[in-house]
Design a protein around this ligand. Structure first.
Ligand code: GRG
Length: 291
């Protein structure tokens, strides 16, 4: 297996590569480039690229080969956050303690910055130096996860149910797409890029589905029990927007119990990888995060 990385090492690698992919030089000092960089470098946790790189590593892949795919996924995630904050969507003024992209650059530039990141993601991913059939499989995976049957599908369901109380099943279906698909894509692409065996891909899916749902429940919990300082945005926005959330439907204690059970399930799925301590600790870290 290739050399192990710490979360800090992955973070530095990802941030440096993202910086390189959206350079600031000469003619590129335009508002859209500035807005793309502003949102990409917003102190995000880089959850998705780290998952991708670590699954790739434990399946025998090389970090430098998978790095373009990891950055592409983070660009798609960042585009989704820029568009999600727009007035026509969630209308949020703050993201990670700073004005959201449209507050800083205006709506038209924010819209274009999101579009720019989405399209750049595919160009960067296509440049991954893997066997062509692996690159193609990863591109298809990215498109599916981000698309109308994936994250956009989840966002659509979310908008359809605005100001309605929905049951936990429908909430779960929405989040499985809206939040879950990019997390699933991270784990699957990591495996696909390394040519992993089907049983390992299946185990990565089980891990992803469990941490994906736990991630969303923690997000809902933090909007009630977190602090504005740590989250970088005001708390209580779900209740203010009348959103159906796990704590609202199931209560705080049951939501916390569910996060624990999902995290345990995710960790159990790692057995077939042998040494997977990073991913076990990562699942715990996500369950206990404060931002
Ligand atoms: C607009 C096409 C389109 C999609 C938006 C992802 C999404 C769909 C909306 C975001 C709404 C939201 C807050 C969902 C909760 C889970 C989530 C994706 C949180 C943000 O991800 P983090 O915590 O963010 O990984 P950082 O800032 O760390 O990158």
């Amino acid at each position: 297996m290739n050399k192990a990385f710490t979360a800090e090492e992955y973070l530095a690698l990802i941030n440096e590569a993202l910086d390189r992919y959206v350079p600031l030089c000469g003619d590129e000092r335009d508002a859209v480039t500035l807005a793309m960089r502003y949102s990409l470098q917003n102190g995000g946790k880089r959850v998705r690229p780290m998952l991708l790189l670590e699954f790739n590593r434990i399946c025998g892949g090389c970090v430098q080969d998978a790095l373009p795919l990891a950055c592409a996924l983070e660009m798609i995630h960042t585009y989704s956050l820029i568009h999600d904050d727009l007035p026509c969507m969630d209308d949020d003024d703050f993201r990670r303690g700073r004005p959201s992209c449209h507050k800083q650059f205006g709506e038209a530039t924010a819209l274009l910055a999101g579009d720019g990141l989405l399209t750049l993601a595919f160009s960067v991913a296509a440049g991954a130096s893997l066997a062509p059939e692996r690159t193609l499989a990863c591109l298809a995976e990215l498109a599916q996860a981000a698309g109308y049957r994936g994250m956009i599908g989840g966002q659509t369901m979310d908008l359809q149910h605005e100001d309605q109380t929905i049951d936990a099943d429908l909430l779960r279906q929405t989040d499985r797409l809206k939040t879950g698909q990019l997390i699933l894509a991270a784990c699957r692409i990591g495996c696909l890029a390394a040519g992993a065996a089907p049983e390992r891909i299946a185990a990565a899916e089980t891990y992803a589905e469990n941490i994906g749902l736990a991630f969303q429940i923690v997000d809902d919990l933090l909007d009630i029990t977190g602090t504005a300082e740590e989250l970088g945005k005001p708390i209580g926005s779900d209740a203010e927007k009348n959103k159906s959330t796990y704590p609202a439907l199931l209560g705080l204690n049951e939501s916390r119990r569910l996060v624990r059970a999902l995290t345990d399930e995710a960790i159990n799925a790692l057995a077939c990888f042998g040494e997977a301590s990073f991913l076990g600790a990562f699942a715990e870290k996500l369950a206990n995060r404060t931002n």
